[in-house]
Design a protein around this ligand. Structure first.
Ligand code: FAD
Length: 422
């Protein structure tokens, strides 16, 4: 794998046969999660396809010329022509493999796959998800000398790692950078001895047999599983959103905010995340418009005060986005006033969407009991309806979703498991 710069793009990319190119940034958790998979895949495919990386912050002209608007972005080239479709955001291993395979003959693909050796490992407890809930469960289980593995599709930290500042986690007088708080939580759990399998693809989860298959070929077995998979941002439902994701529409202010120097931003949402991340984005942007569906913001008073005192931020109430489309380098957001039906176009350099969350339960079978919003029901010890399966944090049915409440759930589940395993 090689790091290149803009001046080498012609010789290393355009004049080569088969190339995959990773535009990455710093302070970008999805970029770090990709780096592990990229390294791993370069060992498998490296003889057939050239694996290159380029630092987006230092090569902005090239990124702009190629229309790279989000970190990380993977581009695939054959004989100097871009092929196979770009990948961006939280990139899955299987999607990279699909694109890489499409550049090779069937025989070459079969040969590469024959080099992969399936493996099986066994633990007392599998924790799925390494956000605050999973990390805390991992810490307590490890300190109780219970053999535990933490599995995450991304890097450890969960939502905290992409939150610019956390001011309400007890024990810190000053607000903490989210990535530092999550880093410290993760290091504490790792140092104790919990095994980490992170930035992996989860191929299959069997809750009855307590088995998880990762990266297609590795089976992890345990006596108990803790589900701590948290939530994922909702899509707005406006047309063009999926197409422009990573090409002007972002869900991560810490990842993409730094490319907004002197630019204009539209933020969709009006809750705590939208308001707090807007405040952060104005470190870079010259103007920011919040579009909110109700007639007042739903964020807490402290967060609202910051926004109303910020001259760069204005709020458009009672409105929802209907269409996102590109006009040259700009993003056009068509919004509709829900009271009058009047439509209006907002022109900006980038759109950030913070419109609530949905639980990450897609991989679990339908035997899990859920509430009417799809969150997992648990008892007071965090047990689900399936024996040996616990759930903690934002993914469970509860009233308040915060770092402190996820940490509390993780503690309770681990203590209940430790008692059962005595
Ligand atoms: C922008 C923003 C700002 C916030 N600010 C604050 C704040 O200031 N203070 C506060 O207390 N709370 C804040 N919150 C809420 C807080 O971050 C969450 O309540 C907390 O992170 C929940 O922890 P969790 O462990 O349940 O889930 P998460 O933090 O969501 O972590 C879940 C983990 O599971 C992983 N995962 C997902 N699917 C799978 C799968 N299938 N298999 C394995 N792993 C999987 C994810 O990659 C992730 O690492 C904020 C949230 C957001 C979005």
């Amino acid at each position: 794998m090689k790091e290149i710069n803009e001046s080498e793009f012609e010789s290393e990319v355009l004049q080569s046969n088969k190339v995959i190119l990773d535009f990455y940034s710093t302070e970008c958790p999805p970029c770090e999660a990709l780096a592990t998979k990229y390294e791993d895949l370069s060992k498998l495919y490296g003889n057939e396809i050239k694996f290159l990386k380029i630092f987006r912050q230092n090569n902005r002209d090239l990124a702009d010329r190629l229309g790279v608007k989000s970190s990380p972005t993977l581009l695939f080239f054959r004989d100097g022509i871009e092929v196979a479709g770009r990948l961006t955001g939280g990139i899955k291993r299987r999607d990279i493999i699909k694109n890489l395979d499409s550049m090779l003959t069937d025989e070459k693909v079969a040969l590469i796959k024959s080099n992969i050796r399936p493996g099986v490992s066994e633990y007392d407890v599998i924790i799925l998800g390494a956000g605050p809930g999973g990390l805390t469960a991992g810490l307590y289980l490890c300190q109780a000398r219970i053999n535990t593995v933490l599995i995450d599709i991304s890097l450890p930290g969960g939502h905290v790692s992409t939150t610019h500042e956390v001011s309400n986690y007890p024990g810190f007088i000053e607000p903490q950078a989210g990535y530092m708080l999550s880093h410290n939580m993760s290091e504490q759990t790792k140092l104790c001895g919990t095994v980490y399998k992170v930035a992996v693809d989860i191929t299959r989860v069997d809750l009855d047999r307590k088995e998880v298959v990762i990266d297609e070929y590795e089976t992890v077995k345990a006596r108990k599983i803790v589900i701590a998979t948290g939530t994922t941002p909702n899509l707005t439902g406006a047309s063009g959103e999926k197409e422009l994701k990573g090409k002007g529409i972002s869900y991560c202010a810490t990842c993409d905010g730094k490319y907004m120097d002197g630019k204009e931003i539209v933020v969709i949402g009006g809750g705590n995340s939208a308001v707090e991340e807007s405040e952060y984005l104005t470190r870079f942007a010259k103007k920011l418009t919040i579009v909110h569906q109700f007639d007042k913001l739903t964020a807490n008073k402290k967060a609202q005060d910051k926004v109303f005192g910020n001259p760069k931020i204005s709020v458009t109430y009672n409105s929802e986005p209907r269409v996102f489309k590109k006009d040259g380098d700009k993003i056009v957001t068509e919004i509709e006033n829900l009271k009058t039906g009047v439509k209006e176009n907002l022109i900006s350099d980038g759109v950030f969407i913070f419109t609530g969350m949905k639980p990450n339960i897609g991989l679990f079978d339908d035997k899990l009991e859920l509430d009417k919003w799809g969150y997992i029901r648990t008892d007071e010890d965090m047990r689900t309806n399936i024996p040996g399966i616990f759930a903690v944090g934002d993914v469970i049915s509860k009233k308040y979703r915060q770092i402190t409440t996820a940490v509390a759930d993780g503690t309770i589940a681990a203590m209940a498991i430790a008692r059962e395993m005595d």
